[in-house]
Design a protein around this ligand. Sequence first.
Ligand SMILES: Cc1cc2nc3c(=O)[nH]c(=O)nc-3n(C[C@H](O)[C@H](O)[C@H](O)COP(=O)(O)OP(=O)(O)OC[C@H]3O[C@@H](n4cnc5c(N)ncnc54)[C@H](O)[C@@H]3O)c2cc1C
Length: 398
Amino acid sequence: MSQAHVMISGAGPVGMVSALVLARAGVKVTLAEAAPALSLDLRASTFHPPTLDMLAPLGLTDELIAQGLVARYTQQRDRQEGLIAEFDMALIKGDTDHPYRLQCEQWKLTQLIKNQLDKMPHVTMHLNTKVEGVEQTADGVATRLSTDGQAHTVHSDYLIGADGAWSAVRKSQNIEFEGFTYPERFLVVSTDFEYADHLPKLSYVNYCSDPKEWCVLLRVPTLWRVLFPTKVEETDDEVMGDESVQRRLQGLLPQPVPYQTVHRTLYKVHQRVAKNFRHGRVLLAGDSAHINNPLGGMGMNGGVHDAMNLCHKLLGVIQQGQSTDVLDRYERQRRSIAIEYINANTARNKKEIEERDPVARQKTQDELRAIASDPKAAKAYIRKTSMLDALERAEAIA
Ligand SMILES: Cc1cc2nc3c(=O)[nH]c(=O)nc-3n(C[C@H](O)[C@H](O)[C@H](O)COP(=O)(O)OP(=O)(O)OC[C@H]3O[C@@H](n4cnc5c(N)ncnc54)[C@H](O)[C@@H]3O)c2cc1C
């Protein structure tokens, strides 16, 4: 077994996928996670086709499918007019083994990976453990950790910062996180109310545009999740309170009784990309490297794509003696995709779903109808929205 040792900060989906890829190849892995347990929060809930393709050889995809919902169709709707365009992901059969989105909570992925890592003696996971600082030398990285206030240091060959938007690893390397934060926050409410019984032909993934209050309706196995923008002037308490939640849900679909809600999450939304994804032996992946609004479901998926790209290159360096220059190619490939593709498309999705100008709204809707009615154009659209094109583009970057 290789003596190489990789330290990973953060046990979210990106840190966990990285750990699994490296550990399955025999690399010694140490993971530090600040929280006392893996997160069970309802965050991302869409797995795109290429992500399912990548996770299959790791023994994860079949288990995720067993715990999720296969969404063959996605819809663009208008809150007043109803269905505008439906896209059948079966059109990309042949380009992927999984021609559908999988609606499945991200915590199920990290839990499945933990089950595998727990059986590997060369993997150490420190929970309740924060990365506090990082020092690099010519031949290694010293990561300073604290567990319940007790300081300790782990020495490794490389460090992957997969510690999310506020990444201590990114900050330790003084890497700028360029971009902006939207003034409004996003509210996600989940409910066991069955929307499909009331809104005809609803799919599991529905983007609903509206000039006053757009929303996204997403199905996960036991719940519907409804995402709304909030007003800048609303306080957190106001947004999260019953009055605001019921007003929003009743505005979407009036019901004679109040909606029962299961979760409510309010979060800030950013479009940011780190200036560098590599600094010597320190590498950033996932939310620590780029964050974006959730319209299109590209955050977690893009992060998993980073992890796969990075870990295969790291294995090339560690186990096959390849030049560390390939790690610069990781940055060139994945940073370009974060800027040109993930941030650009999610920003455009937000602009279109919230558009107020009636002429521009009509134009977008006409275009969507035309694309959906032409199988060739629809296939191109689905390849773009399912991130297949982004991966092809990344491969073309030298
Ligand atoms: C509240 C919220 C809601 C979201 N909702 C959606 C959604 O609806 N749809 C969507 O597509 N995407 C959503 N996202 C984005 C999506 O969840 C992320 O893109 C995805 O989790 C990225 O995975 P990651 O592993 O890079 O980072 P994370 O999942 O953030 O994992 C980072 C991990 O690092 C740990 N950590 C942080 N600091 C340290 C430290 N100093 N030392 C050690 N560990 C540390 C954290 O505890 C965490 O477990 C949401 C994100 C948030 C925060």
